[in-house]
Write a protein that binds this ligand. Structure first.
Ligand code: UDP
Length: 410
């Protein structure tokens, strides 16, 4: 009988990033793939599974509005044992840094089932930011048997923490595999106002925010900044697919109020979101995944955080860290809107995060771990390792690149 790999995931971004690997595992004649969702997110997760035609084998359905992280983790913990006993997986695959990923990794470790960590080695260097993700990812690294790092930088982070090189494969990020597939498929944007703006090539500012460390006053400031930007730029459409978390909605929506050129609606299904991303002029976000996706589409990204575990695109010049001060947000978005040369200095469609072939690399490394295959060549030898750079150094390199681009373009 083939060895069994159980993939455990629970949120929208995990679903997007595991989908290409789950499908590669399903297609492999060497392993048996089992999927289990925790349901940490509900509708947003189900939409992604549908898009990728994945029907989970098991569903813990732990979602409850407003539950604490501890309540969530304890449910996942207590329910996984039975599933591990029933399915007897030979490896458990988790993705990223959510509470689902940490709980599943730890539950598997307790049962002495090897843990495979997809998107291993991201580090912001600050245990409390992003919260709780930085802690989750560090903890998962300590108990994983195979580390699927997206980039050479992530690999170096792991090596510095004492992880053995032989246990690391550099795959590229599977989010790019998913994105390239999604933007190639036709998608109909349901909201007629967004669809019209896309059809007319109206300039669109696409905004997403959900990070826990931005909850409260920072997010209120984001709302006020969006109001000012929309009022100052009536020809632009501001689209804010608003995260389902009520804490996010209560902080941001009252600050924006009703404006004719702001659409603050529901999160968009993944296929519609990726098409909107491709049609947007500027992206303002605190999302990790969107920082990785946008460079493939040549979109400038302003990141509303003070640090990032994804320095590669800052160095490549397509991402700028701007923090959450509302005045800085207004200043930096306005600069991109009004200064064409500045805008062009961001446009760069090489993506340091992936080439769209991460899933086969991940699948091959898992097969090797289970003794039924061999790895294929790592991703990204051409990209610099920026793991030892501070955020300030990255920002300096970014400024230099921009200055060169501006001189070149002028
Ligand atoms: N996304 C989506 N619909 C939306 C907003 C985002 O499908 O309305 C996708 C996006 O393409 C990206 C992922 O969700 O792949 C990012 O999720 P999120 O920002 O919630 O999490 P993070 O990446 O910060 O962990």
């Amino acid at each position: 009988m083939n060895p069994r790999v159980m993939t455990v995931y629970g949120t929208r971004p995990e679903a997007i990033k595991v989908a290409p690997v789950v499908r590669a595992l399903e297609a492999s004649p060497k392993v048996e793939s089992i999927t289990l969702v925790t349901g940490q997110h509900r509708e947003m997760l189900d939409q992604v599974n549908q898009f990728f035609s994945i029907t989970p084998d098991h569903d813990l359905n732990v979602f409850e509005t407003g539950q604490t992280l501890n309540a969530l983790v304890s449910k996942v913990f207590s329910r996984l044992d039975q599933h591990f006993a029933d399915s007897a997986p030979d490896a458990v695959l988790v993705q990223g840094d959510t509470s689902t990923a940490l709980a599943a990794a730890q539950a598997a470790f307790h049962q002495q089932i090897p843990v495979v960590h997809l998107e291993a080695g991201l580090r912001s260097g600050n245990l409390h930011s992003p919260f709780p993700e930085e802690a989750n990812r560090r903890l998962i690294s300590q108990i994983s048997s195979l580390h699927l790092a997206a980039t050479p930088t992530a690999r170096s982070n792991l090596l510095r923490e004492g992880i053995a090189d032989v246990d690391i494969a550099v795959t590229g990020n599977t989010v790019i595999d998913a994105l390239l597939e999604a933007v190639q498929k036709p998608a109909e944007i349901e909201d007629p106002r967004i669809a019209q703006a896309v059809a007319e090539e109206r300039p669109i500012l696409l905004v997403t925010t959900h990070r826990r460390e931005n909850w409260g006053s920072a997010m209120e400031g984001v709302g006020r900044a969006l109001r000012v930007l929309a009022e100052q730029n009536p020809e632009w459409l501001v689209v804010l697919p608003t995260h389902r978390n009520p804490v996010v909605r209560q902080a941001i929506l009252p600050q924006i109020g009703e404006l004719p050129n702001v659409i603050a609606g529901e999160p968009l299904p993944y296929d519609q979101f990726t098409h909107l991303l491709a049609a947007s002029r500027i992206v303002l976000t605190d999302s990790g995944g969107i920082q990785e996706e946008a460079p493939s589409l040549g979109k400038p990204v302003l990141v509303m955080r003070d640090n990032t575990e994804r320095p590669e695109a800052v160095v490549a010049g397509t991402v700028q860290l701007i923090g959450t001060d509302e005045h800085v947000i207004i200043r930096e978005v306005s600069r991109l809107i009004n200064d064409r040369l500045w805008y062009d200095s961001f446009a760069n469609t090489t993506n340091p995060y992936g080439d769209g072939h991460a899933a086969p690399r991940a699948c091959a490394a898992i097969e090797q771990l289970l003794g039924v295959g061999t790895r294929i060549k790592d991703f990204g030898s051409g990209y610099p390792d920026v793991s030892t750079w501070t955020v300030e150094q990255a920002a300096q390199a970014d400024a230099l690149d921009r200055a060169r681009a501006r001189v070149g373009a002028a």
